[in-house]
Ligand binder design. Structure first.
Ligand code: KG4
Ligand code: ZN
Length: 337
């Protein structure tokens, strides 16, 4: 069983030892935070406390499983919003104590990487999780590239030194009037636009050519919208959407390709909410076809935050003999090792 409450999605899932998702409930809180234009941490944790146990009951009854069928419980304990993480971790501790089940704290990014290997009745994933590969995790909170060895060793190769790619996309979308979080809406809008209409910067990090920086791009994007709004007006926002997304993808693809050259690895996993982006998916598909590199991008339902990915990462840790005890704490910031 997986529990995920690190940010603003409440999720519970059951995954079996064939990497198959038996049930996965994801309750987003967009309606709770929408009016504020961003996530309000206190409201996120309160919403998790309201939604988590009903979601848990729902997946147990929909699968017809009993607690005797549950081998162990995996819970995201780092990184994330403190109050939100505490709801999941406290629930996992209580269940483990009361039902005498093993439990394990999982790093949220490790979950995103594991999501590449989830399967269900309509999707089979290649099983290279025991090998070495490069993983890009790109979401509203993270933009990182790792060298992963057998899902047990994670070496950070590249990261954003400031904003996450999804955060910048959301800010740009919000300023264009697409609401929050606006990544998917910006994606749809950009589909009819010309990506070469506007030129945005692709900032470099001095002395760290593998790392990424998105804050300069964010500022340039917002300034462009503001100057158009106060001047000639925005005649067709689809061109802005297409150009901005294309620039974000230029940065991501450049570092991902550098990571592949640096490691010599020929297998890649791309996960996290922004990997739902259609431009990024097209670029990745083109790269796969032209280079022969195996690029695995999970189906959209596994890309965004969900508890199935936490269950799978936790299952692998439990099966290696690792467990957490009741001293497990939550961490708002934590590297993945
Ligand atoms: O992984 P995720 O669900 O949560 C975090 O851990 O952040 O990612 C959410 C992010 C948001 O920034 C959202 O706008 C973005 O993923 N996103 C997209 C798309 N769908 C979701 N960004 C670009 N294109 C999309 N189609
Ligand atoms: Zn995430």
């Amino acid at each position: 069983m997986g529990l995920e409450t690190s940010c603003d999605d409440t999720s519970v899932a059951l995954v079996n030892d064939q990497r198959e998702v038996l049930a996965c409930e994801v309750l987003n809180q967009d309606s709770v935070h929408h009016a504020f234009g961003g996530i309000v941490p206190e409201m996120a944790s309160r919403s998790h406390t309201e939604k988590l146990l009903p979601a848990l009951e729902s997946i147990m009854s929909s699968t017809g499983k009993s607690w005797a069928d549950v081998y162990g419980i995996a819970v995201t304990n780092r990184p994330g919003l403190m109050g939100s993480l505490i709801v999941g971790v406290t629930t996992a501790k209580a269940l483990s104590l009361f039902l005498n089940k093993k439990y394990i704290g999982v790093h949220h990014i490790e979950g995103h990487i594991a999501s590449g290997f989830l399967q269900d009745s309509s999707y089979r994933s290649p099983g290279f999780f025991k090998e070495s590969f490069v993983a890009l995790v790109v979401s509203g909170g993270h933009t990182q590239i790792y060298e992963v060895r057998g899902m047990a060793h994670f070496q950070l190769l590249s990261e954003s030194i400031d904003d996450a790619a999804g955060e910048v996309i959301d800010k740009f979308a919000k300023t264009l009037g697409l609401g929050f979080p606006g990544g998917a809406a910006l994606d749809r809008l950009g589909q009819s636009g010309d990506p070469n209409s506007y030129v945005f910067p692709t900032p470099k990090v001095r002395g760290r050519d593998m790392d990424m920086s998105f804050s300069g791009l964010k500022t340039a994007g917002l300034r462009k919208i503001e100057s158009l709004q106060s001047g000639e007006g925005i005649s067709d926002p689809s061109h802005l959407a297409a150009s901005f997304q294309s620039t974000v993808c230029d940065i991501l693809m450049d570092r991902l390709q550098k990571a592949v050259v640096k490691t010599g690895l020929r297998k890649v996993v791309v996960a996290g909410g922004v990997s739902a982006n259609s431009v990024l998916r097209e670029r990745l598909a083109h790269w796969r076809n032209s280079s022969g590199i195996e690029v695995l991008v999970p189906p959209l339902r596994f890309c965004t935050d969900n508890a199935a990915m936490i269950a799978l990462a936790g299952l692998w840790r439990l099966s290696r003999g690792e467990t957490s005890d009741l001293n497990l704490t939550v961490q708002s910031r934590a590297g993945l090792q």
